[in-house]
Design a protein around this ligand. Structure first.
Ligand code: ACO
Ligand code: PYR
Length: 530
């Protein structure tokens, strides 16, 4: 039977230490439930006593079906008993099922950061773990800076972890806190340490400062560790933690371990990854291993023609096993095979040879003008479906005008505003709307939507989530015209479906209009409005 690896997710604690990430209590509850749903063993919810969000979360924590909810904290302060430590009290009094206590394991840190005797640090670890174990039944020790500490003073680092083990710690988690250790060092050190603490009590917590947090975690498993800590999408302090979205499938599919996650739940990984980005209101990383939109995207003509024969030619695993999907990109790297595969993917009935050739030519023409469809799949789908005569004309723009205003108010405050006036023809009727916005594209979007929403109420459920501009320089061979602006807009509906559209023009607002027009058209078409 395959060895069991215990998964410990720290998205809600170390992940909350990511710059720019700020979870609400509702976010924390939803994420904890989603982690529980796929079968994670431990969900670290945060640090009771550290901030009001974590206090509220632990006051009414979600009821998890299988996962243990873990409260994080640090060992007692020097010169106090664990029982009288104000930092430990909220942890043991919380509704968590287990505690994870961080304590120093590097003598340099004890000297410089804590400025205490080495023996007192060891006593702080022993007392805190014993107290946590007695009060909560399960306590674990995050041995901070363990690898740096072991390299500097192995006797002291081992003294810290054996003190925790003897005090009853279920897990001794070896932390590569500064993220600078190399995989071969991690594997060797974990092997050496497992002579002192059995591997089925050892865990790994790796940071990504050399882009090797996942490799280091897998190296620790090879060395004998049986608990792995990580975060969804690799969130975490500085460069992040080991990415659970890569760790889980690699442990299961490549290394054959039992992680407690069933193959059915493994298929929920892509959704979990995107759900986190949705909560954080940020665009998912398309290039993320296993779960990214491009993880199984094929662009080069050679790749696509081979993938059409057998996907194994350019895929290391089947996309469906992690809930992802194959994606054929259409671009000027494309040949006929890309186009046919993409049309098939979209469920478009195979057109005749003439139409295929026309579509391919028109794609290449568009790309010559500066369009790129590999990041704007919705615009590509519209282009293809329009060529097949499937997309109605929902509206026609008669004109728009946008004005920007930058001025000082009577109170001496700087005011920047934009105003857009739009006239569109919807179902033979001319509609004119004027709207203000916090920028010209926002004003244009609001005015357009106001003009269309009466006839197409579904558009009120859509919003813009990302906007990217790129100035495309004139072609070096002189065949093009002046520089053009390419705008890519990502939109979402109330259910969280996202789609990207592209517009190109010499004028940034005009390019934005084209991308917006495609965004509305795509939503109306997809919703079945005819
Ligand atoms: C490696 C990691 O990622 S560990 C997790 C780090 N995460 C966080 O720090 C986020 C949450 N932290 C916080 O909100 C705050 O730091 C708190 C509430 C925990 C503590 O706040 P404060 O009491 O104001 O202390 P502050 O943050 O300024 O400094 C940390 C103190 O803990 C001490 N300390 C650090 N590690 C330990 C430890 N393992 N055991 C005991 N004391 C420790 C430091 O020496 C310092 O003591 P000092 O106040 O006497 O100088
Ligand atoms: C505990 C922890 O987050 C670290 O050592 O990195």
């Amino acid at each position: 039977m395959a060895d069991r690896i215990y998964l410990f997710d720290t998205t809600l604690r170390d992940g909350a230490q990511t710059t720019g990430v700020d979870f609400s209590v509702a976010d924390k509850i939803a994420i904890a439930e989603a982690l529980d749903e796929i079968g994670i063993d431990y969900v670290e919810g945060g640090w009771p006593g550290a901030n009001p969000t974590d206090d509220t979360f632990f006051t009414e924590p979600p009821k998890l079906k299988g996962a243990k909810l873990v409260a994080f904290g640090m060992t007692r302060r020097p010169g106090r008993s664990a029982e009288n430590d104000p930092g430990l009290a909220p942890l043991v009094n919380s509704k968590a099922n287990a505690l994870c206590l961080v304590g120093k394991a590097w003598d340099f840190h004890v000297d410089v950061a804590l400025e205490i005797e080495h023996d007192e640090n060891v006593a702080m670890i022993r007392d805190s773990i014993a107290f946590g174990h007695a009060r909560k039944g399960e306590a674990m020790y995050d041995a901070e800076h363990f690898f740096d500490g072991y390299k500097a003073n192995p006797q002291f680092a081992l003294k810290c972890i054996t003190a925790a083990y003897e005090a009853g710690a279920r897990w001794i988690v070896l932390c590569d806190t500064n993220g600078g250790t190399m995989p071969d060092e991690v594997e060797r050190i974990v092997r050496e340490v497992s002579k002192h603490v059995p591997g089925d009590h050892l865990g790994i917590h790796a940071h990504n400062d050399t882009e090797q947090a996942v490799a280091n975690s897998l190296a620790a498993v090879r060395g004998g560790a049986r608990q792995v800590q990580g975060t969804i999408n690799g969130l975490g302090e500085r460069c992040g933690n080991a990415n659970m979205m890569s760790l889980i499938p690699s442990l299961m599919i490549k290394m054959g371990f039992d992680t407690g996650i069933s193959p059915v739940n493994l298929k929920k990984l892509t959704h979990l990854s995107r759900m986190l980005d949705e909560r954080l209101n940020r665009a998912p990383n398309r290039h993320q291993a296993y779960v990214g939109e491009s993880a199984f995207a094929h662009k080069g003509g050679l790749h696509v023609s081979a993938v059409a024969k057998d996907p194994k030619t350019y895929e290391h695993v089947e996309p469906e096993c992690v809930g992802n999907r194959r994606h054929i990109v259409v671009s000027d790297q494309a040949g006929r095979s890309n186009l046919l595969a993409r049309l098939d993917d979209l469920g478009i009935e195979m057109p005749g040879e003439d139409k295929i050739r026309l579509l391919l030519d028109s794609l290449k023409q568009q790309e010559f003008k500066g369009y790129a469809y590999d990041g704007a799949e919705a615009s590509f789908e519209l282009l293809a479906r329009k060529a097949m005569g499937e997309v109605p004309v929902y509206f026609r723009l008669s004109r728009f005008r946008v004005m920007d205003d930058r001025r000082w108010s009577a109170r001496g405050e700087l005011v920047t505003e934009s105003e857009a006036t739009v006239t569109v023809k919807v179902k033979e009727e001319e509609v004119m709307r004027v709207a203000m916005g916090n920028g010209p594209v926002n004003a244009l979007d609001v005015a357009l939507r106001q003009a269309l929403v009466e006839c197409y109420p579904t558009l009120q459920h859509m919003h813009l989530v990302d906007y990217k501009v790129r100035i495309m320089p004139p072609r070096a061979d002189g065949t093009g015209t002046d520089a053009v602006t390419r705008v890519v807009i990502e939109s979402a509906d109330a259910e969280g479906h996202r789609w990207s559209t592209v517009g190109v023009s010499a004028n940034i607002i005009d390019a934005s209009y084209v991308a917006l027009r495609d965004a509305y058209t795509y939503m109306l078409y997809r919703e079945g409005v005819r």
